[in-house]
Each structure stands twice: as structure tokens, then as C-alpha cells.
Design a protein around this ligand. Structure first.
Ligand SMILES: Nc1ncnc2c1ncn2[C@@H]1O[C@H](COP(=O)(O)OP(=O)(O)OP(=O)(O)O)[C@@H](O)[C@H]1O
Length: 689
């Protein structure tokens, strides 16, 4: 007899107190060792239509609901006695007659009953909020009527639900989706978003999203140890495809914020590491993000701190390490501030921001070594045109800057990457067999060349996860021109697990549906759906900073009152200069803050505050993006540094993307605030306030 774990069991487990969780886990282990459950007290749930639901005693109060047949035992749910019985009495466990996938189905009549207690409405309008006063009757639109109950069933919607859905309003249907099995809910949400769902995945892949067979005790232990990290156990069939795929060249997975690209990267790394002959690099653009990847990889590995054959590091962290390994010395690094300072000295009458950007975005990454090279360089990625005369004028300044660095034995990051690239390009032995890059949209030219030199040519060696819409640091460039061609081996994830439907729908308005890279590869973000609903996000325009402090404090207070812990609330601002505005909110609420700079993590009891550039990798139940004033988002100092319209366009685009990155850290609640005149990006949002 095989033992399976249902996702509903893990979700229910996270809601129990520690003592009850312990009892439930112990019973789960006993059941796995002996699924027939001899010596355990099994009680058939007679109140359920499902004849194979049984309750198993974990302690005096806690019951596990299992589904038991001759060949399989599925742990379905766990709760206090009465609640567990109630759960089971409202569900059946059945194979969908069309798709063939096993489902735990909530009975439509039972849901109606519960909803009807709140709102006595005709059947079709069960989920509608009661109207405050009768208004002239508007014709109700049933968005799924044209799809038809029959087609809905092709996607795994149970028949009686399908019949209800085709006579449900938009709001009802969205709510109803929350009660449906995953694949059915997904199809309904796609139809409601005006799309047509892809053909249903094979029953086995669909089932794997919610039932996991646990053959060994350590698998069960790992799943029960981190029950809230459902991503470690259940993958969407599309995620699974990217994890398992064998490629014959570099491959890339895309998807808007929260669609599980990092989850794919992590699973793929672990999967590849099972083969003894591999040596895998899992990498991303910053040290804090690399630490977060490391932690998640350990969770995925069942809490084991070391995952054999997987190295996790930031691009630059790794480059420094490899440099030291090769030379015996630490590289002496030179940063942007020093470059600005020196260029100001070398060319006191010119524009230091422009010169520094030109050096960092063009000269250094493209390894321009002479005026001839500079004259001929196609200004890939940096769109502003610079005439030959200007190039001739400024070239000697860059040369002087470089000479100074050489004399001091200093390296910029780009030069460090180039050094390590050259070192490994000439060698047959490479440090890695496979390289998996997260946040690949922020790879620069030197980083990509460096990474490509670290693994031997061919097959599966390079896998990228990223979202063009979240590029915030680097200029775009042609990957193909560097020999990295992902065309034909790329795809997009469309199920958002992080952000509510309402928040995602609003934030999608900030970016175009289709984004294209410089090789013409299009990432189509349309048709993305979220797996849960939440409050509509708000954008508020305040009269002054005091007004903003008051309004944001009131909003945060309402979230705290609703049971959201302070550390689950993030206050994000454009840059450090505006952190005082987040601090003012905390002061008004008599709370302390944890500034999420560097490696700092949210701390229990403290409001989390941070800046947009460091928001990647974070997520909160509630986020307030504050200080979105017209001259802050986009940041005026950046705009002023632009020399041409092309530069300005690039800045507007990345600032918009920065706002998108910050706001998509919100899971359930989102507030955007600014002092009048507010950010022009607010114009693209349709909000309640
Ligand atoms: N299969 C899954 N089951 C449950 N939760 C999932 C699944 N896949 C992803 N998630 C959750 O969705 C959230 C977003 O996942 P992840 O960070 O991988 O997305 P992403 O696409 O990399 O986001 P971003 O672009 O913002 O970096 C996380 O909380 C993750 O745990």
C-alpha cells in the first residue's frame, strides 16, 4: 500500500499549534510505517458522502482525515475533532470523469449552505455581497455562460460546479474558484481573465500538484518539517517541465513576478545534483539573494545544510573566490564612487554622471581598449548616440582612469569578471558542469561571459530564470552576440503563487503584456493568473508628508488589527533618503523597525522597512510603497543625469520596473502612497481611492 500526502493536509497542519502539530506528525509517521494502521483507531466518517474517508486519532483532540482504499492511503486533512469531521463531511475524493485526475472536491451544496448563512441570495448570486439599497436592476453578466458547463468540465471542473459557474457573476465565479481543485480553479481564472486555458496536462502531472507519494521516512520528514513551504513538495506541471527538461543548449524560464521562477531554479539545481557526475553553480546578482537561495535550497533538501555538488554564490562573490584561488591574492576592488570622484578630477568641466555611466555601461563591460575600438563600437544596449567628435574628446579621460587603476592594481567588477573569464576560457577543466542563474534579467555583459566560461560547452550547461519586466540594474544587450542563444528553449510561467488576483491585475498595468529582448525573443505575460483573491490595492495621493504618515499609519494599523504581524508588513521607499518617511509611520504606531539592508531579515515584532533596489527576494503579507512623489519615482537625480532622450527613456523604463518589483512583494495587501504631485506611474493604475 502506498502513502500519499495531500497539499490540503500540509496547509491544515500549518494552522495547528505546536503541540498538535507534533501529535499529527507522529501519527503521520506511524501511518507511513504501517498504512493499514493496525493499532490505530480508524473511524469511518459516516456523515460524509465519501465512503472511504476515515478519521485517525492523533491525540485526544486532533484527528487526521485519511482516504483509504486497498492500494493507497492519502493523508488529506488534520484538525480538531469536530472541525476535521466537518471538513470531511463536505468533501468527496474522486477521479474526474473527463480528465481522469484524482481530486478532493468540495460539495457545491455545502458551500452554498455556508455562503447562504451569510447572504440569503438566489442560487446564481450566492457569493455576491448584499447590496446596501435596491438599485435599478442591472442585467447580471455571467462571464462563463459562453464557455459552457460542458467545456469547463474538460478542464477538471466537477459537473455541479460547472453548472453553477455558468450562471455566476464575475465576483461569484472568482470566489467559487477558490473552492475548486487546482487545475479547475486555474482554468476558470484564465477564462475569467478573457483567455483560453491551455489543454489540460496529463492526469498524472495534475495530480502531482496536490498528492505526493512518500516512499521513505526522510521524504515525509522533510515535507512535514516545512509544511508551509508547499513549493518544496508540489510543483505546477509547467514548473515541473522546466525542472525536468533536458536541453540541447542554453535555456530560459520567464514569467512575471511571483510565478515561481526561483522555485524552478532551486528544484532544477537539486534534481541535477542527484547525478554524481555533476557540479552545479546556482547563482544570482547579489550576496543577500544568494544567501536566500542557499537557505531555500537547504529547506528543499529537507533541512540539510549542505547540498552536495551545488555551490550557491553571487556572481561577484564567486568571481572573487575564483580569482583568489587562481592568484593567491584577493582582488583589490574599485567602486562607482571612486570612479565618479576620479572622473571629476580628470574632466572637471564635463558631466560626471554621464561619464561614469559611459564607462560602466559601455567602455568597461565591452572591453573597449583603444580609441579605434571605441570609434567602431556599436553602442549595443546604450541607446544614446554619441558622435565621433565626442568620442575622441572623452576617450583619453577613460584611458587615464584605466591607467590609474592599473597603477594601483585595482579591478572594477567588470574587469574582475573579464580576468576570470580569460583564465577559464583557456582551460579545459572547468569548475562546473551546470550553471543555473536566477534573476537573469540583471545579468550584464561581463557577468554572462564570465559564467559561460565556467562550464564546458554543450547541452544542459546553462539555465536562466528571469523576467525582463524586472530588469533594474543592467542595460539590455544581445545574448546571441555572446553566443548564448536561448531561442527555442525558453518558456513562460503563468500561474502566480505569491500575489493576489487583485494586486497582480493592477500591477500588470505598469508593464506591457509583451516584452522583447534584443534578440527578438518575446516574453508574453498575458494570461497570467493568481491562485487566490484579496482586497483591491489602493493608491493614495497625500497633501503633505504628515498626511501621508497619518494615512499610511491608519492603513498599517488596520492590517495589524486584522492579525498581520508587524514583520509581515513591509514599508518600501525608492531610496535611503526616504527611509525617514517609513520611520515616521512606525513612530506614529509606536513600533520599531528592521531596516532590510544587506543581509538583514525581518524580525518578529518589528515593521520591515527597505528600499526598492533591495526588495527582490522579499515578500510580505502587506506592503506599503511610500514616498511615490513625482520627483522621487522616477528619481529626479537619475533623470537629471540623462544626456539624451534615449537615456531618459531607459531611466523611465527601469524606474517603472523598480516600482513593479517593489509592489509585487505584496501577497495580500498593497498600498501605494505619495505626496502631491504624485508619481506619473500612478496614472496607469486603476484604483479605488
Ligand atoms: N508550486 C508552488 N506551490 C506553492 N507555492 C509556490 C509554488 N511555486 C512558487 N510558489 C511560491 O510563490 C512565491 C513566488 O515564488 P518565486 O519567488 O519562485 O517566484 P519568482 O517568479 O521567482 O518571483 P520574482 O520574479 O518576484 O522573483 C513564493 O512564495 C513561492 O514559495
Amino acid at each position: 500500500m502506498n502513502t500519499f500526502l495531500a497539499d490540503t493536509f500540509l496547509t491544515a497542519l500549518t494552522k495547528l499549534d505546536n503541540q498538535s502539530q507534533k501529535a499529527a506528525k507522529l501519527t503521520a509517521f506511524e501511518l507511513q510505517t504501517d498504512p493499514t494502521g493496525k493499532g490505530k483507531s480508524f473511524h469511518r466518517i459516516t456523515a460524509s458522502k465519501e465512503k472511504d474517508f476515515w478519521s485517525v486519532r492523533a491525540n485526544r483532540d486532533i484527528r487526521i482525515i485519511v482516504h483509504k482504499t486497498a492500494d493507497r492511503l492519502t493523508l488529506c486533512y488534520v484538525d480538531h475533532h469536530d472541525d476535521a469531521y466537518d471538513w470531511a463531511s463536505r468533501r468527496v475524493f474522486e477521479r474526474h470523469p473527463r480528465t481522469g485526475a484524482l481530486q478532493i472536491v468540495e460539495l457545491v451544496e455545502q458551500v452554498r449552505e455556508v455562503m447562504a448563512k451569510v447572504d440569503v441570495a438566489p442560487a446564481a448570486d450566492l457569493f455576491v455581497e448584499p447590496a446596501p439599497a435596491p438599485e435599478p436592476a442591472k442585467p447580471t453578466i455571467f462571464p462563463l455562460a459562453k464557455v459552457g458547463a460542458d467545456s469547463l468540465q474538460d478542464y477538471g471542473v466537477p459537473q455541479d460546479w460547472a453548472e453553477l459557474l455558468v450562471v455566476s457573476s464575475m465576483a461569484d465565479a472568482l470566489q467559487a474558484a477558490d473552492h475548486l481543485p487546482g487545475e479547475a480553479a486555474e482554468a476558470v481564472r484564465v477564462f475569467l481573465a478573457g483567455g483560453v486555458p491551455e489543454a489540460p496536462a496529463p492526469a498524472q502531472a495534475v495530480e502531482a500538484q496536490r498528492f505526493r507519494m512518500v516512499e521513505h521516512r526522510d521524504e515525509l520528514e522533510a515535507a512535514l518539517e516545512f509544511p508551509w513551504d508547499r513549493w518544496t513538495v508540489f510543483l505546477h506541471p509547467t514548473q515541473r517541465q522546466f525542472v525536468d527538461a533536458e536541453y540541447n543548449g542554453p535555456a530560459r524560464v520567464a514569467g512575471s513576478a511571483g510565478t515561481g521562477k526561483t522555485v524552478v531554479a532551486l528544484h532544477r539545481a537539486l534534481q541535477l545534483s542527484r547525478d554524481d557526475s555533476t557540479n552545479i553553480l546556482l547563482t544570482t546578482f547579489s550576496d543577500p539573494l544568494a544567501s536566500a537561495l542557499k537557505e531555500k535550497l537547504n529547506i528543499l533538501n529537507g533541512g540539510e545544510a549542505l547540498v552536495p555538488r551545488v555551490k550557491v554564490s553571487s556572481f561577484v562573490g564567486l568571481a572573487k573566490e575564483l580569482y583568489e584561488l587562481a592568484t593567491g591574492n584577493r582582488p583589490r576592488m574599485v567602486g562607482r564612487d571612486a570612479i565618479i570622484r576620479r572622473l571629476k578630477k580628470i574632466a572637471p568641466d564635463d558631466n560626471p554622471t554621464f561619464l561614469t555611466n559611459e564607462f560602466e555601461d559601455v567602455i568597461d563591460p565591452w572591453r573597449v581598449d583603444s580609441l579605434e575600438d571605441y570609434r567602431e563600437l556599436k553602442r549595443t544596449g546604450r541607446r544614446s548616440r554619441i558622435g565621433q567628435r565626442r568620442r575622441e574628446l572623452i576617450w583619453p579621460w577613460f584611458q587615464a582612469l584605466r591607467d590609474g587603476m592599473k597603477a594601483r592594481h585595482e579591478l572594477t567588477e567588470a574587469q574582475l569578471f573579464a580576468w576570470v573569464e580569460d583564465y577559464y576560457s583557456g582551460r579545459e577543466r572547468k569548475p562546473f558542469t551546470h550553471i543555473i542563474v536566477d534573476e537573469a534579467q540583471d545579468l550584464g555583459v561581463p557577468e554572462l561571459r564570465f559564467l559561460a566560461a565556467l562550464a564546458p560547452e554543450g547541452g544542459n550547461r546553462l539555465f536562466f530564470a528571469g523576467d525582463l519586466g524586472q530588469r533594474i540594474f543592467k542595460l539590455p544587450f544581445s545574448w546571441k552576440s555572446l553566443g548564448i542563444d536561448v531561442r527555442g528553449r525558453s518558456g513562460t510561467l503563468k500561474v502566480n503563487y505569491r500575489t493576489s488576483h487583485q494586486i497582480r491585475e493592477q500591477l500588470d498595468r505598469l508593464l506591457p503584456e509583451k516584452l522583447s529582448d534584443l534578440d527578438g525573443l518575446v516574453e508574453d505575460r498575458s494570461g497570467t493568473i493568481s491562485v487566490f483573491n484579496g482586497p483591491v490595492p489602493e493608491a493614495i495621493s497625500c497633501t503633505d508628508q504628515i498626511d501621508e504618515t497619518k494615512q499610511v499609519s491608519a492603513w498599517v494599523k488596520a492590517r495589524l488589527d486584522a492579525g498581520i504581524a508587524p514583520e509581515e508588513i513591509g514599508l518600501i521607499v525608492r531610496s535611503e533618503g526616504q527611509l525617514t518617511r517609513a520611520q515616521a509611520v512606525a513612530d506614529m504606531l509606536n513600533l520599531s523597525v528592521q531596516a532590510l539592508l544587506g543581509d538583514a531579515r525581518p524580525q518578529a515584532g518589528l515593521l520591515s522597512v527597505g528600499v526598492m533596489q533591495l526588495a527582490k527576494g522579499l515578500e510580505f503579507r502587506a506592503v506599503a510603497v511610500m514616498a511615490c512623489d513625482a520627483e522621487i519615482v522616477p528619481l529626479e537625480s537619475r533623470v537629471e543625469g540623462a544626456e539624451t532622450q534615449d537615456d531618459l527613456d531607459e531611466i523611465w523604463q527601469t524606474e517603472r520596473q523598480l516600482l513593479y518589483v517593489a509592489a509585487t512583494r505584496a501577497r495580500e495587501n498593497l498600498l501605494l502612497s505619495g505626496v502631491l504631485p504624485v508619481s506619473e506611474y500612478f496614472d496607469d493604475l486603476v484604483t479605488e481611492t
